[in-house]
Design a protein around this ligand. Structure first.
Ligand code: NAD
Length: 257
């Protein structure tokens, strides 16, 4: 097992990537702190793991709030005695996030608060816990949109994910000699709730698929496997990386006639 007895805290664990990562990490032997702003879905994830003889606790927390992030780390350490892996994954994609002219300040602020400040706060309280454990791994979820400009703009979302990449690189450099690795994950378009609520017709989905060389959306489970890799000793010499798992979208220019 790749994560035997490791304590893994996952934000956004109630759905999509976070949920699949929690289930997979548990199958790889980890003890899970499943964090979500939605207490019900966090509990569902934890219950699924414990029903499968794994170890999990659910924690309700809003990653944009410092007190919540401090408490989620405390609860994980109190339950399991240590923290080895921090997966800062919670994120939102606001329906009114558009271009510079049409994006309201409130939409910008909320997106930054969850997607970027949430990662900062996770690290602010998580890194001292990783130090107490003698080191560990952090994986921050960015996105392929941090690497490409899109014709359908989501300016706040894109900027927040670019921030996650920059923050990840600096954290990796600062903490490298403390045995703490920090990597950013850039998923491509996935068939999770976050994207599919916008691509709600076959026509819209097909228009997006034109740009993905593999010709399909990714599964949350495929991202989860990358998180297990980055969190495990298999990735022992990988830090500060921008790890794309995107069906080739960032490698492509035009993929159809
Ligand atoms: P999802 O909507 O299925 O899951 C996100 C989870 O985060 C939800 O359970 C939600 O309740 C939780 N959450 C939202 N705000 C929160 C907050 N303030 N505090 C704590 N939890 C909060 O989405 P997903 O597709 O699994 O996305 C996970 C991450 O992957 C996000 O950071 C997203 O930006 C990123 N991502 C997604 C895609 C995609 O195509 N789905 C592509 C690239 C990157």
């Amino acid at each position: 097992m790749k994560l035997a007895d490791k304590v893994v805290l996952i934000t956004g664990a109630g759905s999509g990537i976070g949920r699949q990562t929690a289930l997979l990490c548990a199958r790889e032997g980890a003890h899970i702190a499943a964090v979500d702003i939605d207490e019900t879905t966090a509990e569902q994830t934890a219950a699924t793991i414990t029903a499968d003889n794994g170890q999990a606790i659910a924690i309700a927390a809003d990653v944009s709030r410092a007190a919540d992030c401090e408490r989620m780390v405390q609860q994980a350490e109190a339950a399991y005695g240590r923290l080895d892996v921090l997966f800062n994954n919670a994120g939102i994609s606001h329906h009114a996030d558009a271009d510079a002219i049409d994006t309201e300040e409130e939409v910008w602020d909320l997106t930054m608060a969850v997607n970027l400040k949430g990662v900062f706060l996770g690290c602010k309280y998580g890194i001292p816990a990783l130090r107490r454990a003698g080191g560990g791994a952090i994986v921050n979820t960015a996105s392929f949109v941090a690497l490409l400009g899109a014709a359908t703009p989501q300016l706040a979302y894109t900027a927040s994910k670019g921030g996650v990449l920059a923050l990840t690189r600096e954290l990796a450099v600062v903490h490298a000699r403390e045995n703490i690795r920090v990597n950013a994950l850039c998923p491509g378009p996935l068939c999770t709730e976050l994207l599919m609520k916008y691509l709600d017709s076959e026509e819209k989905r097909q228009r997006r698929l034109v740009h993905i060389p593999m010709g399909r959306f990714g599964e949350a489970e495929e991202i989860a496997r990358s998180v297990v890799f980055l969190a495990s000793d298999d990735a022992s010499f990988i830090t500060g990386a921008t790890f794309t798992v995107d069906g080739g979208i960032t490698a492509a220019y035009v993929t159809s006639e």
